[in-house]
Design a protein around this ligand. Sequence first.
Ligand SMILES: Cc1cc2nc3c(=O)[nH]c(=O)nc-3n(C[C@H](O)[C@H](O)[C@H](O)COP(=O)(O)OP(=O)(O)OC[C@H]3O[C@@H](n4cnc5c(N)ncnc54)[C@H](O)[C@@H]3O)c2cc1C
Ligand SMILES: *[C@@H]1O[C@H](CO)[C@@H](O)[C@H](O)[C@H]1NC(C)=O
Ligand SMILES: *[C@@H]1O[C@H](CO)[C@@H](O)[C@H](O)[C@H]1NC(C)=O
Ligand SMILES: *[C@@H]1O[C@H](CO)[C@@H](O)[C@H](O)[C@H]1NC(C)=O
Length: 611
Amino acid sequence: MSSGGQMGRSSVAALVVASVLGSVICFHVTASPEGVGEHHDRYNFRFVRHARDAPPVSYYNYIIVGGGTAGCPLAATLSEHSRVLLLERGGLPYGNRNVSSSYHFADALADTSPSSPAQRFVSEDGVVNARARVLGGGSCLNAGFYTRASTGYVRAAGWDARLVNASYRWVEREVVFRPGVPRWQCALREGLLEAGVTPDNGFTLDHLPGTKIGGTIFDRRGSRHTAADLLRKAHPRRLTVFLHATVSRVLFRRSRTSGAPVVAYGVVFTDPLGAQHRVYVRRNRGGGGGGEVILAAGTLGSPQLLMLSGVGPRAHLERHGIRDVVHDNPLVGQGVADNPMNSVFVPSPVPVSLSLVQVVGVTRFGSFIEGVSGSQFGIIPMIHGHRRHSFGMFSPMTGQLGTLPPKQRTPEAMRRAAEVMRRLDRRAFRGGFILEKTLGPMSTGHVELRSTDPAANPAVTFNYFRDPRDVERCARGIQAIERVVASRAFARFTYNNRTTTAATIFRRAAGTPFFPVNLMPRHPGDTRTLQQYCRETVMTIWHYHGGCHVGGVVDKDYRVMGVRGLRVIDSSTFKYSPGTNPQATVMMLGRYMGLRILKERWVSKGKDVKH
Ligand SMILES: Cc1cc2nc3c(=O)[nH]c(=O)nc-3n(C[C@H](O)[C@H](O)[C@H](O)COP(=O)(O)OP(=O)(O)OC[C@H]3O[C@@H](n4cnc5c(N)ncnc54)[C@H](O)[C@@H]3O)c2cc1C
Ligand SMILES: *[C@@H]1O[C@H](CO)[C@@H](O)[C@H](O)[C@H]1NC(C)=O
Ligand SMILES: *[C@@H]1O[C@H](CO)[C@@H](O)[C@H](O)[C@H]1NC(C)=O
Ligand SMILES: *[C@@H]1O[C@H](CO)[C@@H](O)[C@H](O)[C@H]1NC(C)=O
């Protein structure tokens, strides 16, 4: 694999060599803040149009709702043989540096305007969170880390392992890179090994216990590649994409044949001018039938749309005036979960370059340890002509404020934390965050309608740490982080006795409740205190999933149970978060299910489907 090269066919040999020669694993990279992400991979997709130009009525074989991480690969794949419409409520990811540049990662999350690619939501737990609103979905906002699900996860899901691997490879050839690993990430990697998170798995996309470097959707220039780029693989005349198209419901009619009594036959969407458009499923006669509506609107969007369309808990739907209950299923919206994330800021005596997630420690006790380093410009406006620093991903402007218990993270608290941050010496921003994600998780909650407005966020409850196994895993993860910070490998990036200026600034500031970052738990070693630390400092790593579980809402073919002609294919179908980070498996699932649907439909007609 060449430097900055994509994961092509020749990559396997290079990968083996790299794992053998340890020194090849880590090499210093210097990312310059300016110019990063300004290159021009803007695809001029002729099939992408604005919803206001959509006809009032149209017909397609497949109507996919949500042009996100799963929806894009699914649409590209289905368009190989059918006429496909992809409806996305957001706009294009191209030409927006808040999306394309790793340097501006935090800006998209901090942008709370209606045109932002990120829509903020606050769960009932009080943790500030974000969901995508852009073509490419969460892959346009995320930290880029790319890593597959374990073989055990694939087996438990009942997927065909060969087709899964082929689907991962299809994604990887287009949008996955091997990262250049800066020194701070190398120290994290070596610190994890010293802390006992072994073996050393070098660079790999596989999910294995131990420490590894994973893939990334950022190329060596720091420029993001997203699920939207997978539309390059689409058949340009069989796919139509409408942007700024907000779907308000799925249309059902009584079926004349046996089986489920109702069948999905189209959707209604609204353009930004308020005009309604209808799209109907065109079912080709003969051979396999075909023609479906497929929801890929994400963990919040898919259960919300099912409920708005009359599929869900009857009493709840009726409370919101949805009288036409198509299928009473109390499990719609249930089993939603968000993996708790807890972090520690490690101030550094030396400058640290910017990095998002590149290394992960997969412990044997159900905690995944990752890190991000460097401070960023950007999200604090220029003051007196000077650029200001911020803690990037962990800045209060992004909604991440782990120093106050969730319910106390009010907009006022966020504002005061941002103010404290503005007064800090720039040296205080040197360093990085070591974070910990809890496996699973075991604690689950639910998504409920707040209103019948499809553009409004539904109410989400995650019940972080309700299950004691999650608290236990978190506490052990924090202990492992403490070992990493104390490791020899990490010494270069820690203050020994906190006597230097920046450390003094920190000590003083850390005494105030609005100091925006956590240093370390105050009483390390005491498990009860650590558990308290976990509960009070919980944030999100944005890996929420569930709400349309396989076996509860959809069957093993991802068809919505109780109706016909409707599937859900996205992160809402997951019971647990796959791998250490989910995006690889979300994109894979879009490709995988696309291939399976094509097969169902075409193999019976004697046509060959390649993959
Ligand atoms: C800040 C952040 C950092 C992350 N970091 C990582 C990481 O480093 N590595 C990793 O693997 N994962 C990461 N993730 C998680 C990963 O990106 C998500 O799990 C994944 O993107 C979810 O994909 P999805 O297809 O289920 O939903 P999405 O990608 O959110 O797609 C849903 C799409 O549906 C659209 N939609 C919703 N409702 C409607 C409607 N009514 N009408 C029309 N369109 C609609 C939305 O606009 C959206 O584009 C991160 C996520 C975030 C937000
Ligand atoms: C990027 O984000 C910043 C800060 O959130 C915001 O002010 C700016 O308008 C955004 N830029 C674009 C191009 O959306
Ligand atoms: C799929 O790939 C994984 C490695 O990523 C490998 O362990 C597994 O054996 C492969 N499965 C099949 C059926 O090829
Ligand atoms: C830090 O301080 C303690 C006690 O004050 C001392 O024992 C220790 O040697 C110091 N460590 C370093 C690395 O200076």
